[in-house]
Design a protein around this ligand. Structure first.
Ligand code: C5P
Length: 404
Protein backbone atom coordinates (compact mmCIF):
# COMPACT_ATOMS: atom_id res chain seq x y z
CA UNK A 1 0.00 0.00 0.00
CA UNK A 2 1.37 3.41 -0.91
CA UNK A 3 0.22 6.97 -0.53
CA UNK A 4 1.89 10.18 -1.67
CA UNK A 5 4.95 10.80 0.48
CA UNK A 6 5.22 14.56 -0.03
CA UNK A 7 2.24 15.26 2.22
CA UNK A 8 2.46 16.30 5.85
CA UNK A 9 -0.14 14.94 8.21
CA UNK A 10 -0.49 16.41 11.69
CA UNK A 11 -1.49 13.74 14.17
CA UNK A 12 -2.95 15.46 17.21
CA UNK A 13 -3.17 13.40 20.38
CA UNK A 14 -5.48 14.48 23.19
CA UNK A 15 -5.93 13.15 26.72
CA UNK A 16 -7.57 9.74 26.89
CA UNK A 17 -6.53 6.17 27.55
CA UNK A 18 -6.73 5.47 23.79
CA UNK A 19 -3.65 7.73 23.44
CA UNK A 20 -1.53 4.57 23.63
CA UNK A 21 -3.12 3.42 20.35
CA UNK A 22 -1.90 6.63 18.69
CA UNK A 23 1.63 5.23 18.97
CA UNK A 24 0.71 2.28 16.74
CA UNK A 25 -1.15 4.59 14.37
CA UNK A 26 1.90 6.84 13.97
CA UNK A 27 4.06 3.78 13.32
CA UNK A 28 1.66 2.52 10.62
CA UNK A 29 1.47 5.95 8.96
CA UNK A 30 5.22 6.51 8.87
CA UNK A 31 5.67 3.01 7.45
CA UNK A 32 3.44 4.08 4.57
CA UNK A 33 5.80 6.96 3.89
CA UNK A 34 3.49 9.62 5.35
CA UNK A 35 5.32 12.63 6.76
CA UNK A 36 3.81 12.75 10.25
CA UNK A 37 4.12 15.67 12.66
CA UNK A 38 2.84 14.79 16.12
CA UNK A 39 1.29 17.47 18.34
CA UNK A 40 0.15 16.49 21.84
CA UNK A 41 -2.01 18.25 24.40
CA UNK A 42 -0.83 18.55 27.98
CA UNK A 43 -3.21 15.84 29.16
CA UNK A 44 -2.15 13.49 26.32
CA UNK A 45 1.38 13.69 27.78
CA UNK A 46 0.01 12.22 31.02
CA UNK A 47 -1.06 9.06 29.17
CA UNK A 48 1.93 8.59 26.85
CA UNK A 49 5.23 10.44 26.62
CA UNK A 50 6.27 12.65 23.69
CA UNK A 51 9.55 10.67 23.60
CA UNK A 52 7.67 7.57 22.37
CA UNK A 53 5.97 9.55 19.62
CA UNK A 54 9.21 11.29 18.71
CA UNK A 55 10.92 7.93 18.25
CA UNK A 56 8.06 6.58 16.13
CA UNK A 57 7.61 9.67 13.93
CA UNK A 58 11.32 10.47 13.73
CA UNK A 59 10.63 14.12 14.59
CA UNK A 60 10.39 16.33 17.67
CA UNK A 61 6.87 16.40 19.07
CA UNK A 62 5.18 19.77 19.67
CA UNK A 63 3.26 20.17 22.90
CA UNK A 64 3.51 23.80 23.95
CA UNK A 65 1.99 26.95 22.51
CA UNK A 66 4.67 29.01 24.24
CA UNK A 67 7.70 26.97 23.21
CA UNK A 68 10.36 29.00 21.38
CA UNK A 69 11.53 26.02 19.30
CA UNK A 70 9.47 27.08 16.26
CA UNK A 71 11.50 29.79 14.50
CA UNK A 72 9.09 32.72 14.27
CA UNK A 73 7.38 32.03 17.57
CA UNK A 74 4.17 31.28 15.71
CA UNK A 75 4.32 27.48 15.74
CA UNK A 76 0.56 27.12 15.36
CA UNK A 77 0.49 29.13 12.13
CA UNK A 78 3.58 27.46 10.68
CA UNK A 79 2.36 23.97 11.51
CA UNK A 80 -1.15 24.64 10.15
CA UNK A 81 0.33 26.09 6.95
CA UNK A 82 2.52 23.02 6.31
CA UNK A 83 -0.22 20.43 6.89
CA UNK A 84 -2.30 18.85 4.15
CA UNK A 85 -4.58 17.23 6.76
CA UNK A 86 -4.96 17.05 10.52
CA UNK A 87 -6.06 13.90 12.32
CA UNK A 88 -6.98 14.08 16.01
CA UNK A 89 -6.70 10.57 17.48
CA UNK A 90 -7.88 10.11 20.11
CA UNK A 91 -10.20 13.10 20.18
CA UNK A 92 -11.47 13.54 23.75
CA UNK A 93 -14.94 14.90 24.59
CA UNK A 94 -13.24 18.04 25.93
CA UNK A 95 -11.24 18.61 22.76
CA UNK A 96 -14.30 18.06 20.54
CA UNK A 97 -16.13 20.68 22.63
CA UNK A 98 -13.22 23.09 22.16
CA UNK A 99 -13.21 22.50 18.40
CA UNK A 100 -16.95 23.04 18.18
CA UNK A 101 -16.69 26.44 19.81
CA UNK A 102 -13.51 27.55 18.08
CA UNK A 103 -11.54 27.78 21.29
CA UNK A 104 -7.77 28.17 21.08
CA UNK A 105 -6.25 27.70 24.50
CA UNK A 106 -3.50 25.24 23.60
CA UNK A 107 -1.21 24.55 20.63
CA UNK A 108 -3.34 21.80 19.03
CA UNK A 109 -6.58 23.80 19.27
CA UNK A 110 -4.77 26.80 17.77
CA UNK A 111 -3.51 24.73 14.85
CA UNK A 112 -7.02 23.40 14.21
CA UNK A 113 -8.45 26.91 14.22
CA UNK A 114 -5.70 28.26 11.95
CA UNK A 115 -5.93 25.42 9.40
CA UNK A 116 -7.10 25.55 5.81
CA UNK A 117 -6.77 21.76 5.30
CA UNK A 118 -9.24 18.93 6.10
CA UNK A 119 -9.69 17.99 9.76
CA UNK A 120 -10.41 14.39 10.78
CA UNK A 121 -11.30 13.40 14.33
CA UNK A 122 -11.40 9.94 15.90
CA UNK A 123 -13.49 10.32 19.08
CA UNK A 124 -12.63 8.15 22.07
CA UNK A 125 -14.43 8.38 25.39
CA UNK A 126 -16.60 6.60 27.90
CA UNK A 127 -20.04 5.57 26.58
CA UNK A 128 -21.93 7.97 28.87
CA UNK A 129 -19.75 10.87 27.76
CA UNK A 130 -20.36 9.91 24.12
CA UNK A 131 -24.12 9.58 24.64
CA UNK A 132 -24.34 12.89 26.50
CA UNK A 133 -26.47 15.35 24.49
CA UNK A 134 -23.69 17.94 24.73
CA UNK A 135 -21.24 15.63 22.96
CA UNK A 136 -23.85 14.62 20.39
CA UNK A 137 -24.63 18.29 19.70
CA UNK A 138 -20.93 19.00 19.28
CA UNK A 139 -20.43 16.08 16.90
CA UNK A 140 -23.41 17.16 14.79
CA UNK A 141 -22.06 20.73 14.64
CA UNK A 142 -18.55 19.57 13.73
CA UNK A 143 -19.99 17.47 10.88
CA UNK A 144 -21.92 20.52 9.66
CA UNK A 145 -18.64 22.46 9.76
CA UNK A 146 -17.07 19.88 7.42
CA UNK A 147 -15.04 17.98 10.02
CA UNK A 148 -14.72 14.28 9.13
CA UNK A 149 -15.70 12.13 12.11
CA UNK A 150 -14.13 8.64 12.09
CA UNK A 151 -15.98 6.27 14.42
CA UNK A 152 -16.20 5.73 17.29
CA UNK A 153 -16.68 2.00 17.56
CA UNK A 154 -18.68 0.14 20.14
CA UNK A 155 -17.33 -2.54 22.45
CA UNK A 156 -15.63 -3.04 25.77
CA UNK A 157 -14.08 0.12 27.23
CA UNK A 158 -11.07 0.70 29.46
CA UNK A 159 -13.40 1.79 32.30
CA UNK A 160 -15.25 -1.55 32.14
CA UNK A 161 -18.38 -0.16 30.43
CA UNK A 162 -19.57 -1.58 27.14
CA UNK A 163 -20.94 0.62 24.35
CA UNK A 164 -20.10 3.35 21.85
CA UNK A 165 -16.98 5.38 22.43
CA UNK A 166 -14.03 3.12 21.66
CA UNK A 167 -11.54 4.69 19.29
CA UNK A 168 -11.35 2.87 15.94
CA UNK A 169 -8.38 0.52 15.70
CA UNK A 170 -5.18 2.02 14.24
CA UNK A 171 -5.38 -0.17 11.09
CA UNK A 172 -8.91 1.06 10.41
CA UNK A 173 -7.91 4.68 10.99
CA UNK A 174 -5.00 4.22 8.59
CA UNK A 175 -7.41 2.90 5.93
CA UNK A 176 -9.80 5.81 6.46
CA UNK A 177 -7.07 8.45 6.47
CA UNK A 178 -5.69 7.10 3.21
CA UNK A 179 -9.21 6.94 1.76
CA UNK A 180 -9.85 10.57 2.69
CA UNK A 181 -6.85 11.57 0.57
CA UNK A 182 -7.86 9.74 -2.64
CA UNK A 183 -9.73 11.53 -5.40
CA UNK A 184 -13.43 10.71 -5.28
CA UNK A 185 -13.78 9.49 -8.86
CA UNK A 186 -16.55 7.05 -7.95
CA UNK A 187 -18.61 9.34 -5.74
CA UNK A 188 -22.24 8.26 -5.73
CA UNK A 189 -21.51 5.04 -7.66
CA UNK A 190 -22.51 1.59 -6.46
CA UNK A 191 -19.89 -1.10 -7.00
CA UNK A 192 -20.63 -4.81 -6.71
CA UNK A 193 -17.76 -7.30 -6.67
CA UNK A 194 -17.14 -11.00 -6.37
CA UNK A 195 -13.90 -12.12 -4.71
CA UNK A 196 -12.00 -15.18 -3.55
CA UNK A 197 -12.49 -18.81 -4.50
CA UNK A 198 -15.68 -20.83 -4.37
CA UNK A 199 -15.96 -24.14 -2.52
CA UNK A 200 -18.04 -26.89 -4.12
CA UNK A 201 -19.00 -29.59 -1.63
CA UNK A 202 -18.27 -33.27 -2.35
CA UNK A 203 -19.58 -34.52 0.96
CA UNK A 204 -20.17 -33.24 4.50
CA UNK A 205 -16.52 -32.23 5.00
CA UNK A 206 -14.75 -32.17 1.64
CA UNK A 207 -14.97 -30.09 -1.47
CA UNK A 208 -13.39 -28.71 -4.62
CA UNK A 209 -11.79 -25.27 -4.39
CA UNK A 210 -8.78 -23.34 -5.71
CA UNK A 211 -5.85 -21.24 -4.46
CA UNK A 212 -7.42 -17.79 -4.92
CA UNK A 213 -6.61 -15.68 -1.83
CA UNK A 214 -9.18 -12.93 -2.51
CA UNK A 215 -6.43 -10.27 -2.22
CA UNK A 216 -7.16 -8.61 -5.57
CA UNK A 217 -10.93 -8.52 -5.01
CA UNK A 218 -10.54 -7.13 -1.48
CA UNK A 219 -8.03 -4.53 -2.75
CA UNK A 220 -10.54 -3.45 -5.41
CA UNK A 221 -13.30 -3.20 -2.81
CA UNK A 222 -11.05 -1.01 -0.69
CA UNK A 223 -9.95 1.16 -3.62
CA UNK A 224 -13.59 1.66 -4.66
CA UNK A 225 -14.48 2.76 -1.11
CA UNK A 226 -11.54 5.16 -1.10
CA UNK A 227 -12.85 6.68 -4.33
CA UNK A 228 -16.23 7.34 -2.75
CA UNK A 229 -18.24 4.34 -4.00
CA UNK A 230 -20.79 2.31 -2.06
CA UNK A 231 -19.40 -1.21 -2.12
CA UNK A 232 -21.02 -4.64 -1.89
CA UNK A 233 -18.59 -7.55 -1.80
CA UNK A 234 -19.83 -11.09 -2.46
CA UNK A 235 -16.99 -13.13 -1.09
CA UNK A 236 -16.06 -16.79 -1.20
CA UNK A 237 -14.15 -18.30 1.76
CA UNK A 238 -10.97 -16.25 2.37
CA UNK A 239 -8.80 -15.39 5.36
CA UNK A 240 -8.95 -11.61 4.91
CA UNK A 241 -10.58 -8.77 6.85
CA UNK A 242 -12.97 -6.87 4.61
CA UNK A 243 -12.31 -3.15 4.18
CA UNK A 244 -14.12 -0.84 6.59
CA UNK A 245 -17.44 0.31 5.12
CA UNK A 246 -18.02 -2.52 2.62
CA UNK A 247 -21.22 -4.55 2.80
CA UNK A 248 -20.02 -8.15 2.74
CA UNK A 249 -22.05 -11.19 1.73
CA UNK A 250 -20.25 -14.39 2.61
CA UNK A 251 -20.91 -17.33 0.29
CA UNK A 252 -19.44 -20.75 -0.28
CA UNK A 253 -20.49 -22.16 -3.66
CA UNK A 254 -20.72 -20.57 -7.12
CA UNK A 255 -24.49 -20.89 -7.09
CA UNK A 256 -24.68 -19.01 -3.76
CA UNK A 257 -22.35 -16.41 -5.26
CA UNK A 258 -24.71 -16.01 -8.21
CA UNK A 259 -27.67 -15.54 -5.83
CA UNK A 260 -25.73 -12.92 -3.83
CA UNK A 261 -24.84 -11.05 -7.03
CA UNK A 262 -28.33 -11.20 -8.53
CA UNK A 263 -29.85 -9.85 -5.30
CA UNK A 264 -27.76 -6.67 -5.62
CA UNK A 265 -27.02 -6.24 -9.31
CA UNK A 266 -30.10 -4.19 -10.23
CA UNK A 267 -29.00 -1.10 -8.32
CA UNK A 268 -25.27 -1.27 -9.11
CA UNK A 269 -23.36 0.90 -11.59
CA UNK A 270 -20.22 -1.22 -11.83
CA UNK A 271 -19.85 -5.00 -11.51
CA UNK A 272 -16.40 -6.53 -11.12
CA UNK A 273 -16.04 -10.30 -11.31
CA UNK A 274 -12.78 -10.98 -9.53
CA UNK A 275 -13.70 -14.31 -7.95
CA UNK A 276 -12.05 -17.49 -9.17
CA UNK A 277 -15.36 -19.26 -9.61
CA UNK A 278 -15.21 -23.05 -9.91
CA UNK A 279 -16.26 -24.14 -13.39
CA UNK A 280 -18.10 -27.22 -12.07
CA UNK A 281 -19.89 -28.44 -8.97
CA UNK A 282 -20.54 -31.97 -7.78
CA UNK A 283 -23.96 -33.32 -8.68
CA UNK A 284 -25.72 -34.59 -5.53
CA UNK A 285 -22.91 -34.21 -2.96
CA UNK A 286 -23.07 -36.83 -0.21
CA UNK A 287 -24.66 -35.44 2.94
CA UNK A 288 -22.45 -37.74 5.07
CA UNK A 289 -18.67 -38.15 4.99
CA UNK A 290 -17.80 -40.51 2.10
CA UNK A 291 -16.11 -43.69 3.42
CA UNK A 292 -13.00 -44.92 1.63
CA UNK A 293 -14.46 -48.37 0.90
CA UNK A 294 -14.39 -48.31 -2.86
CA UNK A 295 -11.22 -48.76 -4.94
CA UNK A 296 -12.16 -45.86 -7.16
CA UNK A 297 -14.51 -42.99 -6.60
CA UNK A 298 -16.34 -41.23 -9.39
CA UNK A 299 -17.77 -37.77 -8.93
CA UNK A 300 -20.16 -36.40 -11.48
CA UNK A 301 -19.38 -32.74 -12.17
CA UNK A 302 -21.88 -30.37 -13.74
CA UNK A 303 -21.16 -26.84 -14.99
CA UNK A 304 -21.58 -23.82 -12.74
CA UNK A 305 -23.32 -20.70 -13.97
CA UNK A 306 -21.01 -18.04 -15.43
CA UNK A 307 -21.87 -15.16 -13.11
CA UNK A 308 -20.06 -12.47 -15.04
CA UNK A 309 -21.51 -13.53 -18.40
CA UNK A 310 -24.99 -13.57 -16.89
CA UNK A 311 -24.59 -10.06 -15.48
CA UNK A 312 -23.16 -8.75 -18.77
CA UNK A 313 -26.14 -10.28 -20.64
CA UNK A 314 -28.78 -8.49 -18.51
CA UNK A 315 -31.04 -6.15 -20.51
CA UNK A 316 -29.54 -3.11 -18.72
CA UNK A 317 -26.15 -4.36 -17.52
CA UNK A 318 -23.91 -2.36 -15.19
CA UNK A 319 -20.42 -1.48 -16.44
CA UNK A 320 -18.85 -4.97 -16.29
CA UNK A 321 -15.20 -5.64 -15.55
CA UNK A 322 -13.82 -9.16 -15.80
CA UNK A 323 -10.58 -10.80 -14.79
CA UNK A 324 -8.69 -13.43 -16.70
CA UNK A 325 -5.93 -15.51 -15.19
CA UNK A 326 -4.09 -17.39 -17.92
CA UNK A 327 -0.97 -19.50 -17.85
CA UNK A 328 -0.06 -18.90 -21.56
CA UNK A 329 -0.99 -16.68 -24.54
CA UNK A 330 -2.21 -14.16 -22.00
CA UNK A 331 -3.28 -11.30 -24.23
CA UNK A 332 -4.87 -13.44 -26.94
CA UNK A 333 -6.87 -15.69 -24.59
CA UNK A 334 -7.90 -12.76 -22.42
CA UNK A 335 -9.16 -10.69 -25.38
CA UNK A 336 -11.13 -13.73 -26.60
CA UNK A 337 -12.70 -13.95 -23.14
CA UNK A 338 -13.57 -10.26 -23.15
CA UNK A 339 -15.32 -10.62 -26.53
CA UNK A 340 -17.08 -13.85 -25.55
CA UNK A 341 -18.44 -12.39 -22.31
CA UNK A 342 -19.21 -9.03 -23.94
CA UNK A 343 -17.23 -6.91 -21.47
CA UNK A 344 -16.12 -3.30 -21.94
CA UNK A 345 -13.05 -3.91 -19.76
CA UNK A 346 -11.05 -6.94 -18.71
CA UNK A 347 -7.93 -7.20 -16.53
CA UNK A 348 -5.59 -10.03 -17.45
CA UNK A 349 -2.73 -11.51 -15.47
CA UNK A 350 -0.56 -14.56 -15.53
CA UNK A 351 -1.74 -17.17 -12.99
CA UNK A 352 1.85 -17.82 -11.92
CA UNK A 353 2.38 -14.09 -11.17
CA UNK A 354 -0.79 -13.35 -9.29
CA UNK A 355 -2.23 -16.23 -7.26
CA UNK A 356 -1.94 -15.59 -3.53
CA UNK A 357 0.68 -12.84 -3.98
CA UNK A 358 0.57 -9.31 -2.58
CA UNK A 359 1.64 -7.81 -5.88
CA UNK A 360 0.95 -8.53 -9.53
CA UNK A 361 0.97 -6.95 -12.97
CA UNK A 362 -2.08 -6.46 -15.15
CA UNK A 363 -2.94 -5.87 -18.78
CA UNK A 364 -6.16 -3.91 -19.17
CA UNK A 365 -8.02 -4.75 -22.36
CA UNK A 366 -10.76 -2.54 -23.75
CA UNK A 367 -12.02 -1.42 -27.18
CA UNK A 368 -8.99 0.88 -27.51
CA UNK A 369 -6.50 -1.98 -27.07
CA UNK A 370 -4.13 -2.98 -24.26
CA UNK A 371 -2.77 -0.92 -21.36
CA UNK A 372 -0.03 -2.37 -19.19
CA UNK A 373 -0.07 -1.79 -15.44
CA UNK A 374 3.47 -2.72 -14.31
CA UNK A 375 4.15 -4.85 -11.25
CA UNK A 376 2.91 -3.16 -8.10
CA UNK A 377 1.05 -3.98 -4.87
CA UNK A 378 -2.50 -5.13 -5.59
CA UNK A 379 -4.00 -2.04 -3.92
CA UNK A 380 -2.02 0.22 -6.27
CA UNK A 381 -3.20 -1.83 -9.27
CA UNK A 382 -6.76 -1.70 -7.96
CA UNK A 383 -6.62 2.12 -7.79
CA UNK A 384 -5.18 2.30 -11.32
CA UNK A 385 -7.78 -0.10 -12.71
CA UNK A 386 -10.66 1.84 -11.13
CA UNK A 387 -9.24 5.16 -12.34
CA UNK A 388 -9.21 3.68 -15.86
CA UNK A 389 -12.79 2.40 -15.44
CA UNK A 390 -13.95 5.78 -14.07
CA UNK A 391 -12.54 7.59 -17.09
CA UNK A 392 -14.23 5.07 -19.45
CA UNK A 393 -17.52 5.66 -17.62
CA UNK A 394 -17.12 9.43 -17.83
CA UNK A 395 -16.46 9.19 -21.59
CA UNK A 396 -19.53 6.97 -22.05
CA UNK A 397 -21.68 9.45 -20.16
CA UNK A 398 -20.38 12.31 -22.30
CA UNK A 399 -21.06 10.48 -25.58
CA UNK A 400 -24.55 9.34 -24.49
CA UNK A 401 -25.34 12.98 -23.58
CA UNK A 402 -24.18 14.09 -27.05
CA UNK A 403 -26.44 11.50 -28.75
CA UNK A 404 -29.56 12.51 -26.81
O1 C5P B 1 -14.11 -18.02 -18.05
P1 C5P B 1 -13.17 -17.66 -16.95
O2 C5P B 1 -13.46 -18.38 -15.69
O3 C5P B 1 -11.74 -17.71 -17.29
O4 C5P B 1 -13.49 -16.09 -16.72
C1 C5P B 1 -12.93 -15.36 -15.69
C2 C5P B 1 -13.82 -14.19 -15.36
O5 C5P B 1 -15.19 -14.60 -15.31
C3 C5P B 1 -13.55 -13.65 -13.99
O6 C5P B 1 -13.88 -12.28 -14.02
C4 C5P B 1 -14.49 -14.46 -13.10
O7 C5P B 1 -14.80 -13.79 -11.90
C5 C5P B 1 -15.70 -14.60 -13.99
N1 C5P B 1 -16.44 -15.87 -13.81
C6 C5P B 1 -17.72 -15.87 -13.24
N2 C5P B 1 -18.40 -17.03 -13.13
C7 C5P B 1 -17.88 -18.21 -13.54
C8 C5P B 1 -16.59 -18.23 -14.09
C9 C5P B 1 -15.89 -17.04 -14.20
O8 C5P B 1 -18.20 -14.79 -12.87
N3 C5P B 1 -18.55 -19.31 -13.39
Amino acid sequence: MTIPSNKKLIVGITGGIAAYKAAELVRLLTRQGVDVQVVMTESACRFITPVTLQALSGKPVFTDLWSDSAGSGMAHIELARDADAILIAPASANFLAKLTHGMADDLLANICLARSCPLLVAPAMNVQMWDNPATQRNIAQLKRDGVIVLGPDSGEQACGDVGMGRMLEPETLLELVIASRQSKLLNGKKVLLTAGPTFEAMDAVRGITNLSSGKMGYALARAALEMGAEVTLVSGPVALNPPHGAKVIHVTSARQMLDGVMAHVKSCDIFIGVAAVADYHVRNPNTQKIKKNAKTLTLELVPNPDILAKVAALPKPPFCIGFAAESENLREFAEQKRQRKNLPLLAANRVQDALGRDDSELILLDDDGAHLLPRAPKLTLARQLLTHAASMLARRKKSSRKKS
